[in-house]
Ligand binder design. Structure first.
Ligand code: TXA
Ligand code: MG
Length: 301
């Protein structure tokens, strides 16, 4: 259900959860100082309590730390699709947000409605606005599909990037990659002077990382399979009789990322049981994020 900014503010302040637009995907927001409201997010999503949340802030000044290169990262990428995980003083951030870790994830999203809202409400915690494990929501209709037609959504239109923020984790003097996202490793290397390594130790640094994710109900094959549905590119041709679920042109990763989750959700809307995915695309830049999401989407059956 569409709500306006004033209603979003009032609901948040009365301890409710509302969906908010960001430049990556829609978020399911609650005020960061309200543990009861935050608990509702976990229940609504069916999210395990060991998977921590990102604190969304409305200004760069709200995150202060003297770790190396933090200022450079923030001035290069905020507001924008970059989440930064830092060690925090444990009495400053509620444990339910951090899943009891000694660190917390922060990001300043780049969407005019949400930046405006954050100025009024203060920091908001917001995971992606989808049922745990499902493809994220990039339109109001996706949120309503997962949480019901009456669920309050501040509608900011379709999300620009269509994939989540890139997560960087500060660990003992270096930055590591917690999640591939809308900002590429190449862009990060320009700021840091090195490419961060991907972290994979479950339970220690990034608990949510290895959970099943982004998956439609349809079974996905990552190579050509004997089914007629194919997730592929609009400028390629596929075997006669194929039904193409087009991600966009194979020379336009920005459009492919933008369409990715809507395409996965479309399979379910049409009751498709299986599809194969055309994985023949480059292994650089934003394509890496697209590849990782498709692999995770295929991995849970
Ligand atoms: O683009 C985005 O980041 C979206 C929009 C709504 O801002 N949010 C989002 O949130 O994707 P969520 O909850 O779906 O994903 C957050 C990820 C999870 O994989 C979680 O494990 C990781 O961030 N995370 C959160 N706090 C962490 C921490 N302290 N250490 C390591 N990873 C953390
Ligand atoms: Mg998510």
């Amino acid at each position: 259900m569409k709500i306006n900014s004033k209603e979003a503010k009032e609901l948040l302040e009365s301890g409710e959860v509302v969906a908010i637009p960001t430049e990556t995907v829609y978020g399911l927001a609650a005020k960061w100082d309200n543990p009861v409201a935050i608990k509702k997010i976990f229940t609504l999503k069916g999210r395990p309590s060991h998977n921590p949340l990102i604190v969304h802030v409305g200004s760069k000044e709200e995150v202060k730390s003297d770790v190396d290169a933090l200022d450079a990262l923030i001035s290069a990428f905020w507001p924008g699709p970059m989440t930064i995980v830092l060690p925090v003083q444990e009495n400053k951030i509620l444990p339910i947000i951090r899943a009891n870790l000694p660190t917390c994830a922060f990001r300043m999203p780049n969407h005019p409605l949400t930046l405006e809202l954050l100025k009024e409400t203060g920091p908001l915690v917001a995971p992606s606005a989808n049922l745990s494990g499902s493809p994220s929501a990039t339109k109001r209709e996706h949120v309503e599909k997962d949480f019901g037609a009456d669920f309050p959504v501040l509608d900011g239109g379709p999300c620009l990037h269509g994939v989540e923020s890139t997560i960087l984790i500060y660990n003992d003097g270096i930055w590591q990659l917690g999640r591939y996202g809308a900002i590429s490793l190449e862009q990060i290397a320009e700021v840091l002077g090195y490419m961060p390594d991907f972290v994979t130790k479950e339970g220690i640094i990034c608990p949510g990382q290895l959970l099943a994710h982004y998956a439609p109900k349809a079974k996905l094959y990552l190579e050509k399979a004997p089914c007629k549905q194919v997730i592929g590119f609009s400028n390629r041709s596929y075997p006669e009789g194929s039904e193409l679920f087009a991600l966009g042109d194979d020379n336009d990763p920005v459009a492919v990322a933008h369409n990715l989750y809507a395409t996965l959700r479309k399979l379910d809307q049409e009751g498709i049981k299986e599809a194969w995915v055309d994985m023949h695309f480059p292994a650089t830049g934003l394509w890496k994020t697209i590849r990782e999401r498709l692999m995770r989407a295929s991995n849970v059956h």
